[in-house]
Design a protein around this ligand. Structure first.
Ligand code: AMP
Length: 632
């Protein structure tokens, strides 16, 4: 299959805002992209995700979104969901879906699928228009300006009739749909693929695993070039399964629980529908927890003093999920075959859909396509964000944001005491890579938090945190012994991958970030300017922090050594050490209270004095240890 995005109408905008809409089967979102990058627009209550559900009422306007979804069981005939499955389709096309939808579907003109609610017949376009209108109003409220134009996304496999129906829905909602964009194309755009001066032709896969459906698309990206023409995304192939998704995993957990309850309590327990629904939510919560934790407790009070209680580990869940993940891999292989490509030819994979948060899914996709998949953006928002990017390209409002081929602000991590260690300095051209070694500062520290920072200043408080992650389960070791290597990797699209590995134990953790999003050009310039203004002050502060951190470690080691030598320590020498420790400790204490007032050279000298004085102590301590150790 080969299709490309419809570019029939090229808007002239005069700076008019165009919104991007992800009109989804289950949920819909609206986004824009400005200088700061793409962002979704929430409603007045702060909710960005609008359930694609409409309930018709007898005496008022239709209810759209969360409330309609919440009361769906009470109004099964009036509540319309999954209308996207009906868009532009004939009654025959949707025969398989009809038994799963509780509302009435009837044949209309040319046998097209229509929806009957009471006496009235609605086209799927009309119902979709209600969702689009809600999003339009949401965007207008968020932006404080009327909106007339939108980019709307559709699945890559949508045919002309389905695309036309989507356009018509927009028109009914009072929106001119200036472009229909394929969902995988939007996901790629959200990551800036195909944008920027240095962009190269790429082949990418978009792996979209949601709650109930799975889609894989292979795209050929041709970048737009210097003159600012649009980049070109051609769909080489698509594959998938309309009945494969995270819901299956929830069911697997439920079945496990049912079976074990029956085994343990030896009865034929039956569960009424409302209990089943509660159990489904419970299973989903356990699944989601296991994406972050190694284990989750499953506890259900069955009444009469009977409690089902067990620990489910991530390993167990992964074993259960393996065949399910493999089914997505079979579809990936099919898509690659159809595109006449093998995995090595895929440059990147973009992850879309809530189920791509599952670590096993990420790992399997990475292995199959032999590259680290893109996960930096929220997989539930990425299509909408890309629609926002496409909208801003058409409106001509954000060229600057996209055309960066250098790192605009330095990137680093937080070190002890609130200082910043920069790994990549500003204006480095992408792609680039840097590594640095760190260690722990506390004995027996098993978890290390890594805070990724952006900015030119020396202290964490003056930089922007881009995200943080934890390297967990490091074996217990004394402070300073673990060897933690942090790697920053920025690829050609400007996506930053930060990974940390503890070399002795092999423990790893990582995070992905899009560092160029979130700041305007002006803010970047201000941050740069401030780094010059405060250069002297910052350098002093950084030096004091480093001295304080190192002094604390020195004092700790010296105290340990004094304890080891114990009685063998000559009293006069002990006193000398104590007085030098006290002097250095005073600097350390002052460094917390009034760092700016400390003379860094004096502080340094106090540390040097103690270090010199302690040489003899360390020799004694080593001699003592050697005597105590068994020979050899
Ligand atoms: P979507 O259809 O893209 O909204 O995806 C919804 C699916 O993603 C549901 O099955 C959710 O249970 C699943 N999901 C969301 N967050 C997580 C998570 N952190 N770990 C595992 N599954 C998740």
């Amino acid at each position: 299959m080969s299709s490309q995005d419809d570019s029939s109408s090229k808007p002239t905008t005069n700076g008019e805002i165009i919104i991007g809409i992800d009109l989804g089967t289950t949920n819909s979102l609206v986004a824009i992209c400005d200088e700061r990058g793409p962002r979704v627009l929430p409603d007045a209550a702060g909710r960005a995700i609008l359930p694609s559900v409409v309930r018709f009422t007898d005496d008022g306007p239709p209810v759209v979104g969360g409330e309609a979804r919440r009361l769906a069981v009470m109004f099964p005939k009036e509540t319309i969901y999954s209308v996207k499955r009906l868009m532009g389709r004939g009654l025959d096309d949707v025969a398989e879906d009809i038994p799963h939808l509780p509302f009435d579907i009837v044949g209309g003109e040319n046998d097209t699928a229509r929806i009957r609610v009471g006496e009235r017949i609605y086209t799927p376009q009309e119902v979709s228009a209600m969702i689009l209108r809600e999003l339009k109003v949401q965007a207008e409220a968020a932006l404080g300006t009327p909106i007339r134009k939108a980019v709307v996304t559709v699945p890559a496999y949508f045919d002309d009739a389905q695309r036309q129906a989507t356009r018509d829905a927009g028109r009914l909602a009072g929106l001119e749909v200036v472009r229909i964009v394929n969902e995988p194309t939007a996901a790629a755009l959200a990551y800036g693929i195909g944008q920027g001066k240095g962009a190269k032709a790429e082949t990418i896969a978009v792996y979209d695993l949601g709650g109930g459906t799975f889609d894989i698309s292979i795209l050929q990206v041709t970048p737009g070039g210097e003159a600012g023409e649009d980049s070109f995304f051609q769909v080489l192939s698509t594959a998938g399964d309309t009945h494969l998704g995270g819901d299956d995993v929830d069911r697997m957990i439920m079945e496990l629980v049912f079976e074990e309850i029956r085994k343990e309590f030896g009865e034929k327990l039956t569960f009424p529908p409302c209990t089943q629904q509660a159990l489904r939510n419970f299973a989903e919560a356990a699944k989601i927890r296991l994406s972050n934790e190694e284990s989750a407790q499953l506890q259900i009070d069955l009444g009469d003093g009977r409690v089902y209680d067990r620990m489910l580990t991530r390993d167990e869940l992964e074993e259960m999920m393996e065949p399910w993940v493999q089914r997505t891999m079979v579809a990936c292989d099919r898509a690659m075959r159809d595109a006449k490509l093998d995995a090595g030819k895929i440059d990147r994979v973009v992850m879309v859909g809530g189920s791509t948060r599952i670590p096993l899914v990420r790992k399997s996709v990475g292995e199959r396509f032999q590259c680290e998949p893109y996960t930096a953006l929220d997989p539930d928002l990425v299509v909408a964000l890309g629609a926002g990017v496409q909208a801003s390209i058409l409106a001509g409002t954000n060229r600057d944001m996209l055309l960066l081929d250098v790192i605009p602000l330095s990137l680093g991590i937080e070190t002890m005491g609130g200082a910043v260690a920069k790994l990549i300095v500003r204006n480095t051209t992408v792609p680039t890579r840097a590594t640095e070694k760190f260690s722990t500062s506390v004995d027996g520290q098993t978890n290390v938090k890594i805070n990724v920072l952006q900015g030119e200043r020396e202290l964490v408080a003056d930089c922007r945190s881009l995200g943080e992650f934890e390297l967990r389960n490091i074996p217990t070791m004394p402070a300073g012994i673990p060897q933690i290597e942090v790697e920053f990797l920025v690829d050609a699209n400007g996506i930053l991958n930060v990974s940390a590995v503890e070399k002795r134990s092999g423990k790893v953790a990582s995070i992905q970030i899009v560092p160029r999003y979130g700041l305007t050009r002006e803010e970047i310039d201000t941050m740069e300017q401030e780094s010059y203004t405060y250069a002297r002050q910052d350098m002093h502060a950084h030096r004091i922090i480093d001295l304080a951190v190192n002094s604390c470690l020195d004092i700790k080691w010296i105290r340990d050594a004094m304890e080891r030598v114990g009685e063998g320590l000559d009293a006069e020498y002990g006193e000398k050490l104590e007085s030098k420790i006290a002097r250095l400790q005073e600097f350390v204490d002052r460094s917390h209270r009034e760092p700016a007032k400390i003379d860094a050279d004096e502080f340094y000298q106090a540390k040097e004095d103690l270090d010199q004085e302690s040489v003899r102590l360390h020799e004694q301590a080593i001699t003592r240890s050697l005597k105590e150790e068994p020979a050899g």
